[in-house]
Design a binder for this molecule. Structure first.
Ligand code: BV8
Length: 237
């Protein structure tokens, strides 16, 4: 009797999964936004108003990536993807590169990536590790003044929403990890799949949307995620 094909699996992660790697979350008391209001650094208007402040905010976070590494939660998700025999998609709200470095491949960074820059003059996108400023010339069109982080700010459309929508359409398992459930459209995914998928939230504390999940487990990601991966793989080996 062939083993049953596992259901489609969609995993959503937020800043909480990177916390134990040493990256600040957004809304925790010591979070990245404790020092800045969202309106001052993560909107197109903020960038037009004070590009130097916005560049400084992202330059600091980009530079920090060189000092951190994926943790046990990131690595467990990469292992789950390698062994999962059904459809698998990892959707992250995070702009750090820790899932990429952990080996995740079926990965969508729906809010963009710190290690990419985009030119407002010619729309070219470039891998980017250096600091950005208004003086930075675009490697493609050579014009300065238009280089911005390739990050989705508030009021901007998240990327690959079609691919995410298709995965949500057919998933039977939805796992949310390390997100407060503040930001849409990501915070709305659980409601989209509730009628057809088993839904579980792994978070340090109950998120805003915890009651929408069939199960909510509290604890640090580096403990809860490897345990859930082991559970899923033994259930669907
Ligand atoms: C859009 C890039 C439409 C920047 C980010 C009213 C209602 C509904 C929606 C809206 C509304 N008003 C405005 C909106 C839309 C808006 C929105 O949702 N606003 C919120 C604030 C209400 N959304 C948008 O604008 C989105 N775009 O809607 O477009 C559209 C349609 C057509 C055409 C054009 C546009 C775009 C949103 C993207 C914004 N960019 N990031 C940057 O990174 O600097 S969002 C930002 O928040 C980050 O990506 C972050 O990941 C994300 C979500 O935060 P979390 O990841 O959840 O982080 P947080 O700190 O909040 O929570 C961490 C959690 O981890 C906590 O619960 C904590 O307990 C837990 N934790 C901590 N340690 C651990 C842990 N868990 C486990 N283990 C641990 N060790």
């Amino acid at each position: 009797m062939p083993a049953k094909t596992p259901p489609g699996l969609v995993i959503l992660t937020g800043a909480g999964i990177s916390r134990e790697s040493g990256l600040a979350t957004f809304r925790d008391p010591d979070g990245a936004w404790a020092k800045h209001r969202i309106e001052d650094v993560a909107t197109p208007e903020a960038f037009r108003r004070d590009p130097a402040l916005v560049h400084a905010f992202y330059n600091a976070r980009r530079a920090q990536l060189a000092e951190v590494a994926p943790n046990a939660a990131h690595l467990a998700l990469a292992e789950l993807e390698r062994q999962w025999r059904g459809d698998f998609l990892l959707v992250t709200q995070n702009v750090d590169d820790l899932h990429n470095r952990a080996g995740s491949r079926n990965l969508v960074q729906m809010h963009g990536a710190l290690r990419r820059a985009r030119c407002l003059h010619c729309e070219a996108v470039h891998p980017w590790d250096a600091p950005l400023s208004t003086a930075t010339p675009c490697p493609a069109c050579a014009k300065a003044g238009g280089m911005r982080p390739d990050i989705v700010w508030f009021g901007e459309m998240p990327v690959e929403m079609g691919r995410i929508g298709m995965a949500l359409e057919t998933c039977g398992l939805f796992v949310s990890i390390g997100t407060s459930g503040n930001v849409y459209p990501a915070a709305g995914f659980v409601a989209e799949v509730a009628d057809r998928a088993w839904t579980v939230e792994l978070n340090l504390e109950p998120s805003l949307g915890h009651s929408r999940f069939e199960e909510a487990r509290q604890g640090p990601a580096t403990q809860l995620v490897p345990a859930l991966v082991e559970e899923l793989l033994s259930q669907w080996a």
